[in-house]
Design a protein around this ligand. Structure first.
Ligand SMILES: Cc1cc2nc3c(=O)[nH]c(=O)nc-3n(C[C@H](O)[C@H](O)[C@H](O)COP(=O)(O)OP(=O)(O)OC[C@H]3O[C@@H](n4cnc5c(N)ncnc54)[C@H](O)[C@@H]3O)c2cc1C
Length: 95
């Protein structure tokens, strides 16, 4: 991680310092920004598009990532996600 602190400002009075600059507010950038901010790291995230933005997606959230999302205090079920459960085929004889 870059340990230098950088600043951004529109005037000297509004000088704000950041520890980390993330370019791209997709899944990786947003998770990193939230994760780092949990440790008090000041993050500046730059996204070229406006939110909310459409993203082509299978709309599948792996169960494996749920504990990490919980750690980030993101609850996908609040936004309508449906819990994935094991899907079993039962063999049947067709006459
Ligand atoms: C068709 C498709 C379906 C998928 N379905 C699923 C799924 O169902 N479940 C799943 O878990 N994963 C799915 N994925 C994978 C998932 O989308 C990626 O793993 C994930 O988006 C990668 O995150 P990322 O932040 O690296 O990239 P991205 O999500 O692509 O984010 C990159 C961000 O950077 C921004 N950016 C780019 N250039 C600049 C710039 N110069 N300045 C500022 N911002 C910039 C972009 O606008 C974008 O917001 C799918 C992928 C595809 C292609």
């Amino acid at each position: 991680m870059n340990t230098h602190t950088h600043s951004i400002s529109n005037s000297k009075e509004n000088l704000v310092a950041f520890d980390v600059l993330i370019i791209g507010g997709g899944l990786a950038g947003l998770c990193n920004a939230i994760h780092l901010s949990k440790f008090g790291t000041k993050v500046l995230l730059i996204e070229k598009n406006e939110y909310p933005k459409h993203k082509v997606c299978g709309e599948y959230i792996s169960n494996e990532v749920l504990p990490y999302l919980q750690y980030l205090e993101i609850d996908p079920f609040r936004f309508g996600a449906v819990k994935l459960i094991p899907f079993n085929f039962q063999q049947q004889q067709i006459n």
